[in-house]
Design a protein around this ligand. Structure first.
Ligand code: HGY
Ligand code: MN
Ligand code: MN
Length: 423
């Protein structure tokens, strides 16, 4: 697809929006940090509301903190189309993860208006609340609530400070009870959900492709392993006679890595945190917490890895005289995109003359939870050097504009497409 003046204009407009929202960040943290429940995130959400109103949308924030802009269709009784993503970031994150899906959706509204296209269906543009994984070990807070999957038990989860998720909602100004009553399915049927997102991996760039059409989204299993050894004087206890919780945890970190490296299809395993309870530098660690996660689009491998890891870690820990307690939690199951949505996006890309490839997503997205409400699809655009969740995250604005064109045209096509079944 040649770079038309339309694309250049859109690229500049989108680049300006990405630059503007990036100013909302926590000055004390690296990169572009807008943690859920943070002041930077609160302020950026006001910016999002204004941008939605400027786009002529009817805007409201639901009980779960999702900001929803509505573009009325010609038939208000027809099940709505939904698109959107998130604007919160990881700690030390970048400027594109989630943001391109929210700003791209707003630009799609602009392009519909400029093109004089009226959709039959309402179009809901959503900035989902708190998509990123957080200290509560629960990603996609807003879309999870919209799907009716946020539970009262989830609100009792505590972070490192001992503050519950419910308390964090309250401190942020959201009513925890309302988050549990924000199930969208109770109100209106939805026709389809489509999300534009950066790939966050190297595949599209390596293949020189501007678009990916997502086939499936990896499931995530999270592990908290607590290693209990015995405290001892680090200077006097003989090496052969220790129950060192940190050594057992270190062996477990490598066991997690080995499982990820041995995965048959897309599978990864990462330990992201190791915390020793003891604060003195001269005591053999007796209590260590390890936070890990395993992901794959292969559901069988994902369920098998939990048993294998538990066995391996238990064996090594007992060799060191250390007890270990495992708590597994499912962040999300493997979810496949809806074939009808996938194929509609593929036809649009072909019609636009934009080369594309089918691609799995190792990252999770709000689309996982929206898939319980409607046929779901995702469109990916390239990430420079495959980097994401870091300040180096970058996507050329022209690629963002190409993605928005594909998003806009696919929404127009979906408006007139009959879709059967869910993802
Ligand atoms: O963790 C993820 O995959 C997403 O970026 N929240
Ligand atoms: Mn994301
Ligand atoms: Mn992310």
């Amino acid at each position: 697809m040649h770079t038309s003046s339309h694309t250049i204009e859109a690229a500049e407009r989108l680049g300006a929006g990405i630059t503007e929202i990036s100013d909302y960040r926590e000055a004390s943290r690296p990169g572009w940090t807008r943690d859920v429940f943070s002041e930077a995130y609160r302020e950026s959400r006001q910016w999002t509301v204004h941008r939605m109103k400027d786009a002529g949308l009817e805007v409201h924030t639901d009980g779960a903190g999702n900001i929803v802009g509505r573009l009325p269709g010609t038939n208000p009784n027809a099940p709505a189309l939904v698109t959107g993503s998130h604007t919160d970031t990881v700690d030390g994150g970048g400027r594109f993860d989630g943001i391109v899906g929210v700003l791209g959706a707003l630009d799609a509204v602009r392009q519909l208006r400029e093109g004089g296209t009226s959709l039959t269906r309402d179009l809901l543009v959503v900035d989902f609340f708190g998509e990123e994984s957080n200290p509560y070990g629960l990603s996609c807070l807003g879309s999870r609530a919209a799907a009716g999957e946020l539970t009262a038990q989830d609100l009792d989860r505590t972070d490192y400070r001992g503050v519950t998720l419910g308390e964090s909602y309250s401190r942020f100004g959201l009513d925890p009870a309302a988050t549990l009553n924000s199930h969208w399915a109770r109100r209106t049927g939805l026709h389809a959900f489509l999300e534009l997102h950066i790939e966050q991996g190297p595949t599209l760039e390596q293949r020189g492709l501007p678009l990916g059409i997502v086939t499936g989204i990896a499931g995530i299993q999270r592990l908290l392993a607590v290693f209990t050894g015995s405290p001892d004087h680090a200077g006097t206890r003989p090496m052969t006679d220790r129950a060192d919780a940190m050594v057992a945890a270190a062996e477990a970190v490598l066991a997690v890595r080995r499982e990820g490296c041995g995965a048959p299809t897309h599978g990864v395993a990462t330990t992201t945190r190791l915390e020793s309870e003891s604060r003195s530098p001269n005591v053999v660690p007796s209590l260590v917490r390890m936070t890990s996660e395993v992901r794959s689009v292969d559901a069988d491998w994902l369920s098998g890895v939990k048993g294998r890891l538990a066995q391996e870690i238990l064996g090594q820990a007992s060799h060191h005289g250390v007890d270990v307690d495992f708590t597994w939690s499912t962040d999300n199951e493997v979810v496949h995109t809806h074939p009808g949505v996938h194929d509609t996006a593929a036809r649009v890309a072909d019609t636009l003359g934009v080369p594309w490839m089918p691609v799995p997503s190792g990252a999770t997205h709000d689309a996982v939870h929206m898939a319980t409400l409607a046929p779901m699809g995702m469109i990916f655009i390239p990430s420079k050097a495959g980097k994401s969740h870091c300040p180096e995250e970058w996507t050329d604005f022209a690629d963002v504009a190409t993605g928005v064109t594909a998003l806009t045209q696919t929404l127009i096509a979906l408006d007139q497409t009959t879709l059967t079944g869910h993802s």
